[in-house]
Design a protein around this ligand. Structure first.
Ligand code: ADP
Length: 400
């Protein structure tokens, strides 16, 4: 039988990731990552079948377009044996705005709407658009098989009472200002994985999914659907993050601008790039470093304590909104998957909700997904994030 593979593209402002996946057998053939700074870029492609790494360095890169074209050229020349079997290309798109509420085949209208949603994700959507346009040109036989999979789509089930902001209604009606959330592709993957691990059908999964990485978000999932999430119009709201402030009183912005004379552009930079645990610790946004210095450095301790406090606040708030139907808490993302220290700190505060951590099970092991709760606790799971699996699956399902 002929293989049917999906090329998954995840194009961000500072890195490009891609994979070639068999979505039915759930087999990954290759993984690639490009990291770039100004005019140079490094590309690593890992071929799982022959267990081999390909390393490339590019200089004199003049544009993002040029880099994407280079990637396609390398894939088409050196990985023909996979590319020839690719039947569709799945693009991760961070923001779908008000109208793109499920995965879609990319046509002129969808591309236009992704462009319009750029206003809410200026660091992501413009790069997705470039990648989509080049992919449409470069592999012309797949012109009608490019699929956009949105990080906001999973959150379109959130009811109005939680997606609206209490500002004049016209701002929603006329300008689509509302909560959209983010990390939806992974929160959906977590929901599907929990359905297997908790032995429940997807429409009976009731969990709180904690995606803790350099960007962090928490989602309340009832009957397999997102009912509330911590990120808002943009990924700045909610939890304290690596460099983002999360929830703050909007008056802080007026104060900075009107009384401290800081320009609005500078305020935006402060709140997105200089805040979070970096801003409090005055040291780093890297949780590995922060953990090492937790007992030595007062501001480091404070930054981690603040981070965990905010996570607990969201978990406990959502548990009430879920009408007592909370079955499990799930940790995912770079911190959620790897830091037993942070998980322990969070769960220790949740005994009132009947969650208790087993110290031994909580220690990092080499399993992808594992339970860390005691026998008398409700389930607590650690699940490795896997957006690509969902993107490949959605792309395949739409093309079928
Ligand atoms: P992104 O949002 O960029 O996808 P990740 O989900 O990869 O981010 O998470 C990155 C974060 O995970 C960083 O803050 C990093 O310090 C943290 N992290 C990775 N490994 C560990 C670890 N072993 N212990 C604590 N934190 C970790």
């Amino acid at each position: 039988m002929k293989k049917k593979l999906i090329l998954v593209l995840n194009c961000g402002s500072s890195s490009i990731k891609f994979s070639i996946i068999d979505p039915v057998k759930i087999v990954k053939y290759i993984d690639g990552i490009v990291e770039f700074m100004q005019t140079t870029a490094s590309l690593i492609i890992y071929d799982y079948i022959v267990d081999k790494k390909l390393l490339n360095k590019f200089d004199n890169i003049n544009s993002y377009e040029q880099l994407i074209i280079l990637i396609f050229d390398i894939l088409s020349s050196k990985y023909k044996n996979y590319i020839n079997y690719v039947i569709g290309i799945g693009h991760r798109v961070v923001h779908g705005g008000e109208y793109l509420n499920k995965s879609m085949i990319i046509d002129h209208d969808v591309l236009l709407k992704i462009q319009q949603a750029s206003i809410f994700a200026p660091l992501h959507n413009p790069f997705h658009i470039i990648a989509i346009q080049i992919s449409l040109q470069k592999i012309s036989k797949l012109k009608n098989s490019n699929i956009a999979v949105f990080d906001t789509a999973f959150h379109h089930t959130i009811p109005k009472k939680s997606f609206l902001y209490a500002i004049p209604y016209r701002f929603y009606k006329n300008y689509s200002i509302r909560r959209y959330g983010a990390h939806g592709i992974n929160h959906l993957y977590i929901t599907q994985t929990c359905s297997l691990f908790l032995k429940k059908s997807l429409d009976q999964v009731n969990i709180i999914s904690c995606h803790l990485g350099s960007g962090s978000s928490i989602t309340a999932i009832v009957n397999g659907q997102s009912v509330d999430t911590s990120m808002g119009l943009t990924p700045l709201e909610g939890l304290i993050m690596g460099t983002r402030c999360g929830d703050i009183d909007p008056s802080i912005i007026f104060y900075m601008v009107q009384h401290l004379g800081i320009s609005i552009t500078e305020v935006q930079k402060i709140l997105t790039k200089e805040s979070g645990v970096l801003g409090i610790s005055d040291l780093t946004s890297d949780f590995r470093e922060l953990e090492k210095k937790y007992y030595m450095h007062k501001k480091v301790k404070l930054s981690i304590d603040m981070f965990c406090h905010r996570v607990c606040k969201y978990i406990s708030g959502y548990s009430v909104l879920m009408n007592g139907r909370l079955d499990a808490i799930v940790f995912t993302g770079g911190i959620g998957e790897n830091s037993s220290f942070i998980r322990n700190k969070i769960i220790k505060k949740l005994s009132l909700l009947n969650f208790f951590v087993d110290i031994k099970k909580n220690i990092k092991n080499n399993k992808k997904n594992f339970f860390i709760n005691t026998d008398c606790s409700k389930p607590i799971l650690v699940v490795q994030a896997n957006e690509n699996q969902i993107i490949a699956q959605e792309t395949y399902d739409l093309l079928k």
